[in-house]
Design a protein around this ligand. Structure first.
Ligand SMILES: [Zn+2]
Length: 109
């Protein structure tokens, strides 16, 4: 039951903002062990933020693979802009995108 959460004015939202704001630093390992533990704990209990984390990890890996050690700022900025746009419009945009990709794939077959 959610007896614990009754009457709580959604502190999670602020926490989500904090986590998402620092998630890139978290992925890069540029946070203190204390912050790292806090973020990790939040991710485990917050699927939307975990999704953001997965995206960041995937992007980091992608940039690393594509560009080896030299990640051009232009690409990084472009990717970040896309992620930011996705965040701004919410998961709905991401879903639309997935649907489009799926449609393209279906057409292709
Ligand atoms: Zn969250």
């Amino acid at each position: 039951m959610s007896a614990d959460g009754a009457g709580v004015p959604l502190p999670e939202k602020q926490q989500c903002r904090d986590v998402v704001e620092h998630i890139y630093e978290y992925v890069d390992g540029e946070v203190t062990p204390q912050a790292l533990a806090a973020v990790r704990e939040h991710l485990l209990s917050c699927p939307p933020c975990l999704e953001q984390y997965d995206v960041q990890v995937a992007l980091k890996e992608l940039v690393r693979r594509c560009c080896q050690d030299r990640a051009p700022d232009s690409l990084r900025v472009r990717i970040l802009a896309q992620v930011t746009a996705a965040q701004a419009t919410g998961a709905r945009a991401a879903e639309t995108r997935v649907t489009q990709v799926t449609r393209v794939r279906l057409r292709d077959e």
